[in-house]
Design a protein around this ligand. Sequence first.
Ligand SMILES: Cc1cc2nc3c(=O)[nH]c(=O)nc-3n(C[C@H](O)[C@H](O)[C@H](O)COP(=O)(O)OP(=O)(O)OC[C@H]3O[C@@H](n4cnc5c(N)ncnc54)[C@H](O)[C@@H]3O)c2cc1C
Length: 233
Amino acid sequence: GWQYRFPARQFAIMCGRPLLDRVVRDRVLTSDRIRLRQRTEAVALVGDSVRVSGVEVYSLENGTRETLEADLVVDATGRRSGLRRWLSALGLPPVEVDIVDAGIAYSTREFVAPPGATGGFPAVNVAADHRTGQPGRFGVLFPQEGGRWMATLSCTRGGKLPTRSESFLPCAQSLPDPLLARLIGSVEPLTDVFVSHIGANRRLYPGRLNRWPDGLIIVGDSLAAFNPIYGHG
Ligand SMILES: Cc1cc2nc3c(=O)[nH]c(=O)nc-3n(C[C@H](O)[C@H](O)[C@H](O)COP(=O)(O)OP(=O)(O)OC[C@H]3O[C@@H](n4cnc5c(N)ncnc54)[C@H](O)[C@@H]3O)c2cc1C
């Protein structure tokens, strides 16, 4: 069905991930207090269960390991963070975690936006209908930089997703509302179909540990990573 209309007070800035990463990276690197280590992985925390005093890093360039000492370590390694494992290695009890895995997958294709439907064009969201008792199926269309539209079809576990270009439009046509299919039906595709399996919703509960080491904080998806459709990034 349709969401009822209400006065819009929120807005979203739509762009592709490479552009977002590029803008953030360029801005960060204008600070001479920040040094970027390319092709370097954090592999362990240094310290003990009372205080984290640094990070052990591994260079993918030359295969060496090195300890970086720090007053404050920020885990921002995203939804595949090794934090629980790293904390256990310091002798802390396991951090509690909630995992809800609906088996979400995405199938995405980009198109040339028609003239007049680029900047300012609204995001389109055909939501899943939970009343069907079937695996959830939904689709979105987001305008992007460079006069492009990005269309994504998605399903929960057991649903069928298009993996080939020729099945993308028929799948969009089978959504609960034809709006998305109508929009992409007459525009020129720019890419093939990309399928991604997102992984589970996952939330850590560091606050439930009865002790937490000084010198360590967690931000972003390392702490809580949900279905990307929420746009929580
Ligand atoms: C398919 C998809 C679509 C999404 N769409 C949207 C959207 O439209 N809008 C929105 O707001 N959010 C969206 N999100 C969510 C958003 O991307 C995340 O919430 C956000 O990127 C989290 O930021 P972060 O900095 O915590 O982690 P990330 O952006 O995941 O960054 C973590 C970084 O750490 C690096 N890293 C990982 N492990 C290590 C290690 N051991 N050592 C060194 N570096 C490491 C990774 O390479 C990565 O660069 C989407 C997510 C996905 C997966």
